[in-house]
Design a protein around this ligand. Structure first.
Ligand code: AMP
Length: 210
């Protein structure tokens, strides 16, 4: 097993205690950004202020797991973080590939990534950030919905810095297996987090953005 993954999964656990898809454009991309957003808002159980739940590819993300939003994007906690504070930022519109975002969404996505990264880096006692997008299945993307991984990084958190990418890959595969109901290793550190653990972390992070 990946040594970096074991170590950081333990950190993530202790912190929580205190598709394959085609590379083609979705049919919704022929609509204007506003029209697509309206359609997806209805599909996503909207409220007057924001969504009650969001879609992350095929998965529903409960608003309890979302800790801040922007006009076009939302930031949410990770089912299988590889370091404490490993979170995700996605556009509200479900599109698989970065190239499918329009310019307003691109700008909004990166502004939210910057805002989230700036808040969580000190919160997790980190001194750096890894920002990563796996843009398409051949690049390791397991959820067909654009998402930026934000990982607070600390000196020595991985033996070799780039091991973080192997850890992201392994954890993403574990999350995909969990979604399919496949049995993960009996080793507890490889299990995914519970909704209650994720909601508790999101509640803590929400306080950074109010
Ligand atoms: P990637 O391999 O780049 O597509 O990354 C997928 C990411 O999504 C991984 O970090 C997974 O742990 C995470 N993930 C998968 N399903 C969920 C979910 N339902 N809620 C939160 N994070 C998830």
């Amino acid at each position: 097993m990946h040594p970096g993954l074991v170590r950081t999964a333990q950190q993530a656990l202790s912190f929580s205690r205190q598709i394959h898809h085609p590379c083609r454009r979705s049919p919704l991309t022929c609509l204007s950004s506003a029209a697509r957003h309206d359609i997806q808002a209805v599909a996503m159980t909207s409220t007057s202020t924001d969504f009650k739940e969001y879609l992350f590819g095929p998965w529903k993300i409960d608003s309890d797991e979302v800790f801040t939003t922007s006009q076009h994007c939302f930031a949410f906690v990770n089912l299988k973080p590889v370091v404490p504070g490993h979170v995700l930022v996605s556009p509200k519109r479900v599109v698989a590939r970065f190239a499918e975002l329009d310019s307003a969404e691109v700008a909004d996505l990166w502004c939210l990534v910057q805002r989230v990264g700036s808040a969580i880096e000190p919160y997790f006692g980190a001194q750096s950030l890894t920002l990563a997008i796996q843009d398409g299945p051949c690049a390791g993307q397991t959820v067909p919905h654009v998402h930026v991984h934000i990982l607070p990084r600390r000196a020595g958190d991985f033996e070799r810095n780039d091991e973080v990418y192997d850890a992201i890959d392994a954890a993403s595969k574990d999350a995909a297996s969990a979604h399919k109901g496949e049995h993960l290793d009996l080793d507890k550190e490889r299990s995914v987090r519970t909704p209650a653990e994720m909601a508790a972390e999101a509640a803590q992070l929400r306080t950074l953005f109010n």
